[in-house]
Design a binder for this molecule. Structure first.
Ligand code: PBG
Length: 329
């Protein structure tokens, strides 16, 4: 009886009509996930033939320059257009002086990539935390990071990446005024064409945990709350993004991604600029752990997450899943 009544309803709108077959669903799909918006982070270390898996990030490796080139070339074959390089130095000191060394792992990797995989977009992370013995993102006075001294150091690091041939530098330190300082340093040396992809709204997040294993960059005391943003704030994110754009950022990054999709959406809507979201190490580790336990269908969960990040408004998704996801699509 109930069924009969229902079958006689004359509904003007039946949303299920558009969900009936995969072809129809494809026709009306609003967000199309393609690898051309993916950026693949790589951890580059010293040595040769090194391929050391990061325990908390299965499938992610610390790679020597030769191995990083192989990995990047394979990613390009999978359809990934760009890589983001992090350096893992053998030696660290209080000022992170190794970060601007023209022969360090990142600078060497940039040169090798530009020689062997010339069409690949090469982006370099600019920060001191992997290079300082104390693991903080800048130069310390006591236990405090001194902003302006750190900024001039970061500008030299960015310049060394540009000299090596980077297409973009990506400052992730969250010091005030670093985008302007980097822009000026690049322009003075004739690197107008090198872009700045700034981590404009970078939150102080627990989801960076596995990265700090991978990059050996956990702070030896204290935390990063004096410069990374409070997860509770979004107005502040918009001010940070505006400041970076005014200072000359070409692309702005929101980081992490999944827990901050409202921030991604607001940044994209308010500024309409090229926007990236960083699907960080903890987000990757959670998916991997659940998949390894058989608790999640990994390909479905990964595509759902990356699609959501795009749907929120990100043009670019920086993700350790870039290669795997490109192959799934
Ligand atoms: C360096 C940096 C970090 C990440 C990117 N750049 C770590 C941090 O701020 O502690 C995190 C990336 C990730 O978790 O995948 N400052």
């Amino acid at each position: 009886m109930a069924v009969e009544t229902a079958s006689r309803l004359a509904l003007a709108r039946r949303p299920r009509r558009l969900r009936r077959t995969e072809a129809i669903r494809g026709l009306v799909r609003e967000t199309r996930l393609t690898p051309d918006g993916f950026i693949y982070p790589l951890f580059v270390c010293e040595g040769r033939g090194v391929r050391r898996e990061v325990p908390s990030m299965p499938g992610v490796f610390q790679l020597s320059v030769d191995e990083a080139v192989k990995e990047a070339a394979a990613a390009q074959v999978d359809g990934v257009p760009g890589v983001l390089l992090f350096g893992i130095p053998d030696k660290k000191d209080a000022t992170g002086s190794g970060a601007a060394d023209s022969d360090a792992a990142v600078q060497s990797a940039v040169r090798a990539l530009k020689r062997d995989v010339p069409d690949l977009i090469v982006i370099t992370d600019v920060c001191l935390c992997e290079y300082t013995s104390h693991g903080h993102c800048g130069i310390l006075d006591g236990e405090e990071i001194v902003n302006d001294v750190t900024v001039s150091h970061l500008a030299q690091v960015a310049l060394s990446h540009a000299v090596a041939g980077a297409d973009f530098v990506a400052p992730s330190d969250m010091m005030d005024g670093r985008v302007a300082a980097i822009r000026q340093a690049l322009d003075e040396r004739g690197f107008e064409r090198v872009g700045i992809m700034s981590y404009a709204a970078k939150y102080c997040s627990a989801f960076y945990g596995p990265f700090r294993d991978a990059a050996d960059s956990a702070p030896q005391f204290g935390d990063r709350r004096s410069h990374q943003m409070d997860p509770a704030n979004v107005e502040e994110a918009l001010r940070e993004v505006e400041a970076d754009l005014v200072e000359g950022a070409d692309v702005v990054i929101v980081k992490p991604a999944m827990a901050y999709l409202d921030v991604v959406a607001k940044v994209k809507m308010r500024f309409g600029q090229p926007t990236a979201a960083y699907h960080v190490s903890g987000e990757y580790a959670m998916l991997k752990a659940a998949a390894r336990n058989g608790w999640l269908d990994e390909p479905r969960a990964v595509i759902e997450c990356l699609t959501s990040i795009r749907r929120a408004g990100a043009d670019i998704v920086i993700t350790y899943y870039a290669r795997e996801a490109a192959r799934m699509l």
